[in-house]
Design a protein around this ligand. Sequence first.
Ligand SMILES: Nc1ncnc2c1ncn2[C@@H]1O[C@H](COP(=O)(O)OP(=O)(O)OP(=O)(O)O)[C@@H](O)[C@H]1O
Length: 252
Amino acid sequence: MDNIVLHVADVHKSFGGLKALSDVDLQVKEGTTHAIIGPNGAGKSTLLNVCIGRIAPDTGAVVFDGEVITGKHPHEINQMGVVRVFQTPEIFPELTLLQNVMIPAFARRDGSFRLNAMQMVSSQHAIREEAEHWLEDVGLKEQKLVTAASLSRGDKRRLELAMGLIQHPRLLLLDEPTAGMSRHDTNSTIDLLKKFKERGMTKVIIEHDMHVVFSLADRITVLAQGQIIADGTPDEVRRSVKVQEAYLGGSH
Ligand SMILES: Nc1ncnc2c1ncn2[C@@H]1O[C@H](COP(=O)(O)OP(=O)(O)OP(=O)(O)O)[C@@H](O)[C@H]1O
């Protein structure tokens, strides 16, 4: 049977009188790329924030690898293996690429700063090698010693991906990974994400660009006004009349 990595179980969330998420229930299978799409204001970001513990649902729960994570702190959920790559890269612009990628690896290992000096030196060496490996993986090894501020927008997002990868995600959540990118950068990001998919990584991706969605997704959940209006394979979603109606007249 397919292993369910993430189960959003009957989640409701209102902001005042506005129902941002109603009755949202979806499952993400291990090794799949699951896209969440929907018109502006559909509730996609709210859903992502519920999954990472930044927003508490009013009712319902999020189950990760069989464990209820609702109510846990974002850093606890992160340490369990849920890694989010943000729409606006959260990088350290004054530091080099190498330093940027090393930071989450140190943060991952609770107590690392209490290590004695000898251990510190050897672990630094190992982490540096691993950081170089992930920089190479995203195509940024040549620039490892330049400061992050000097990177193009597309490369900043690649850097953030490397910062995610060094955390060995069990589930990678990508918030509009190609937003604002040129077609060339978008296509190389698609290729990169396809490579992760071949390795069996489980991903949830929020994306407006349908070219990206249909290039990558095994399954698509469509939200509109806080409700799931379709959930299925790309072909099923493409054929859904409800989905076509939701997008009719919209900007997508
Ligand atoms: N903190 C908040 N307080 C009040 N209303 C909010 C809050 N966050 C989101 N909303 C509202 O909830 C609804 C869903 O917003 P959300 O950002 O989740 O949608 P989205 O699908 O991610 O939209 P977009 O594609 O435009 O980013 C919107 O009507 C939004 O205005």
